[in-house]
Design a protein around this ligand. Structure first.
Ligand code: 26Q
Length: 798
């Protein structure tokens, strides 16, 4: 793609050399790849700073409304390539490095992957920030600067091992430390009253210090800020203890304070009631709100303008303490009436729900909550009281049964509450928020998720991107609906060959990388069938491996049949305490060992579980995939966003009617999507049948034989009982209906085999997936939030 950036390769080379020499103090003759990467990053960062300042100045000059996205997770991955692509400096950067004797791709690969999130929710936050900048909407992301992101995963004998993630061992090239942006936060203590005012006297304190990373949008026309907070001790060092020789005590405060931002909780559902987690949530939220108020005060002296100038989005309930904290700041600290404080807070706040799973809905024991945040517990009661007064028929409150319920609290304190796909939003109305929806029928709305096409097509899939640009011009990257313009070309055999070649080349590249990095050699002609996501029973990786086992048995029984060769690829992490999910990983690894060594079948069926799934690995796998596995139990996956990335990159989906799969199928067309399984309603009905799993097993000999192979120890020789848990579950309670959906899943997969064998038609379907996925751009999603929730305007001109 031709660059519009005016910087020449020579100027770029000089800038890299200057940074290497004067900022990093390295002699080019002795510089390592890491030094070149830092120097390149600083040179690229220089190109961002001017538009970053310009964006801030423009927002002040125009009195623009700012969007504040509060999230415990920002799964940003690597930033260097993203920055270079958005600034359209790819060619110059490559040439500049070549002129310095360095290889561009090697330098890019050196960057650590910032894994500051668990999965979908964190990656969504990262895509949203990028789209906010692309659209030129003034915005800040507020999060935590975890020293350790999501753990690194490896396998020993097929079992998941966890090691700390250490992205900050080297300096982070993109951030600016802001020692002047520092707040002191209190925890614990007591509440007294002075006249009519409550006075909270905390008994411990910690400082929050800001680190800013600019977030560059498409073509560098606008940049917003990701502000991450790091916890620092109020007194870094106790000199008295040191002088008495108690060195441990001297450093204790510092260590205690720092634990708050030390590590990301690695559980994305069930980790509940952990005091440190609540501290993290308050730490993020209170620092953000105080920063927001400071910025507001610097511009306005009329507090009633707050909702007109400030929109605060809560990314799930994790920052839900924002409701009580904002009320506290306005009522206790600024003397507004409680009612006025609550109305202003509600005018600013809105809340996104990402899950209906009961075990994932956040609640806190009131004892713990009150011990850490005594004033906030009182305010929660006052909020409930005010809500009850305004809604006398209500049956819902944020504090009930000894718990503070963060979902109810968020709903009550928000002016809008959104779900993340059409189906999910409807289910919110009839399940978790049924009662609140009845009281506030205008509050819930849908904003179907999206993904940024700059990272998830332009940057990760250069082959397909250049075909698209050759075909429809270069304006699609920030106007993804233009992909529709590919549709007429799908009937052109020569064009389709080019599309097929891009896919095949991507597959060959993946195959080479798998060979080099993991010693797994695959034939690029195989179906590359990919399931990459967190391990969860509801996501049903075990359904996939059961079908794999059944297929293996079928191939062994009919070795001469005309099988369509297939590679089943898995990647994903299990929460360290989620033993069932860890068993599923081990089973897949065990199955891979047996199948890949079987000379009768290995040419037509292979299995691999790649370790340490992260954004970087997703960027490698998605462009090479033929088949996208989106096979959750209907009603359980709120949206999914991987499903969108696959469709955009021309993988066909085998999937249930769940989350955004429903909308993907509507957009790409039912003929270009392999549907199977029960609907959300059928799931509920099926679960009510006594013995549903045993019945399903009895009715399908393939399923029965696959389960039997597992319990016979075929995949765990000498350790037959290794997977007793899984087998007992799938023949007994089987809450996620793996057994009941197996037969239809098998059918859909055999349709895939047949369809793939007709290469031209498969490629036509793949190309239609690309052409019809433009709607899933996060630019469309963000426009929806701006119009329906934030009432915010873009300020970028041109
Ligand atoms: C909560 C309390 C304590 C510790 C951790 C957590 C926690 C952390 C992360 C709870 C949930 C998460 C992450 C949830 C998540 O990623 N949900 C996914 O969000 C995506 C974006 O909307 C959807 O596409 C997925 O369907 C949904 O599963």
């Amino acid at each position: 793609m031709v660059s519009r950036n005016t910087l020449t390769a020579e100027q770029f080379r000089d800038a890299i050399l200057k940074h290497l020499t004067y900022a990093l103090g390295k002699d080019p003759g002795h510089a390592q790849v890491q030094d070149w990467r830092m120097a390149l990053s600083l040179a690229v960062r220089d190109q961002i700073v001017d538009s970053w300042f310009a964006a801030t100045r423009k927002t002040y000059a125009e009195g623009g409304k700012r969007v504040y996205y509060l999230s415990m997770e920002f799964l940003i991955g690597r930033l260097l390539e993203d920055g270079i692509v958005n600034l359209r400096l790819v060619d110059q950067a490559r040439d500049a490095l070549a002129g310095l004797g360095q290889d561009f791709d090697t330098v890019l690969l050196d960057e650590p992957d910032a894994a500051l999130g668990n999965g979908g929710l964190g990656r969504l936050a990262a895509c949203f920030l990028e789209s906010l900048s692309t659209l030129g909407c003034p915005a800040y992301g507020y999060g935590l600067r975890y020293e350790h992101g999501l753990f690194r995963q490896s396998f020993v004998d097929g079992k998941q091992m966890e090691a700390p993630e250490t992205w900050l061992l080297q300096p982070h090239a993109w951030e600016f430390e802001r020692p002047e942006a520092r707040f002191r936060l209190g925890f614990g203590g007591s509440v007294t009253t002075k006249g009519k005012t409550a006075v909270w006297t905390p008994d411990s304190f910690v400082d929050a210090e800001a680190y800013d990373t600019p977030v560059i949008g498409w073509q560098g026309r606008w940049a917003n800020t990701l502000r991450l907070w790091s916890a620092k001790a109020v007194d870094p060092f106790d000199l008295d203890s040191f002088n008495t020789g108690d060195f441990a005590a001297a450093a204790r405060d510092e260590a205690m304070a720092r634990t708050i931002s030390r590590v990301l909780y690695p559980d994305d559902t069930t980790e509940q009631g952990k005091e440190l987690r609540l501290k993290q949530e308050f730490f993020l939220t209170s620092s953000a709100l105080r920063d927001i108020m400071r910025r507001f005060d610097s511009e306005y002296d009329d507090i009633t303008k707050l909702p007109a100038k400030v929109a605060i989005q809560l990314n799930d309930t994790h920052p839900a303490i924002a409701g009580p904290e904002l009320v506290r700041l306005l009522h206790d600290e600024r003397g507004l009436t409680f009612k006025a404080a609550m109305d202003l807070a509600q005018g600013c706040l809105s809340y996104t729900n990402h899950t209906l799973l009961p075990e994932a809905l956040e609640t806190w024991p009131e004892g713990l909550f009150g011990k850490l945040l005594p004033r906030h517990l009182q305010i929660v009661d006052q909020i409930d009281h005010a809500h009850a007064k305004a809604n006398p028929s209500r049956k819902v409150s944020a504090r009930a049964e000894g718990q503070v319920k963060m979902g109810e609290l968020s709903f009550i304190m928000a002016h809008k509450v959104n779900g993340v796909s059409a189906l999910h939003t409807e289910l919110m109305k009839t399940t978790v928020f049924k009662e609140l929806h009845r009281l506030h029928p205008d509050r819930i709305l849908n904003q179907t998720n999206g993904v940024t096409p700059r990272r998830w097509l332009l940057s990760c899939n250069p082959r397909l991107s250049s075909l698209i640009t050759d075909t429809i011009g270069e304006d699609w990257a920030d106007d993804l609906d233009q992909l529709k313009g590919l549709e007429p070309h799908v009937a052109d055999a020569a064009w389709l060959d080019r599309y097929a070649k891009a896919k095949l080349d991507n597959k060959a590249e993946l195959s080479n990388w798998m060979g080099d990095a993991h010693g797994i050699k695959v034939d690029p002609a195989m179906i590359i069938d990919v399931q990459i996501k967190r391990l969860h029973e509801y996501k049903r990786q075990h359904l996939n491996i059961l079908e794999t086992i059944a297929l293996w048995q079928e191939v062994k029984a009919n070795p001469g049949a005309n099988w369509t060769p297939r590679l089943k690829l898995f990647a994903g992490k299990a929460a360290p305490g989620y033993f069932f999910a860890k068993d599923i990983i081990r089973l897949i690894n065990d199955v891979a060992v047996i199948l890949n060594a079987d000379p009768e079948t290995r040419d037509v069926l292979q299995v691999a579980f790649l370790p340490n799934y992260n954004v970087t690995l997703a960027e490698r796998l998605i462009p090479a995939a033929d088949l996208s596995e989106q096979i959750s139990t209907a009603g359980k996956e709120a949206s999914g966003t991987g499903n969108m990335k696959f469709a955009l990159n021309g993988a066909l989906t085998v999937g249930t009617l769940d989350g955004a799969n429903v909308e993907i199928r509507e957009h790409v067309g039912a003929d270009n999507f392999f549907l199977f399984g029960m609907t959300a309603d059928e799931v509920d009905a099926r679960r009510a049948i006594d013995g549903h799993a045993a019945q399903a097993v009895a009715a399908d000999p393939r399923l029965a034989a696959a389960l039997k192979a597992i319990s016979d120890g075929v995949f765990s020789p000498g350790d037959k009982d290794r997977y007793a848990n899984i087998v007992e579950n799938l023949t007994g309670p089987d809450y996620f209906l793996v057994s009941s959906d197996f037969t239809d899943y098998w059918r859909a997969q055999r349709e895939v085999d047949i369809a793939f064998a007709d290469t031209a038609n498969w490629m036509r379907m793949a190309a239609l997936n690309t052409a019809r996925s433009g709607w899933f751009s996060s630019d469309r999603t963000i426009r929806g939030y701006m119009a329906d929730i934030w009432h915010a305007k873009a300020l970028r001109d041109g």
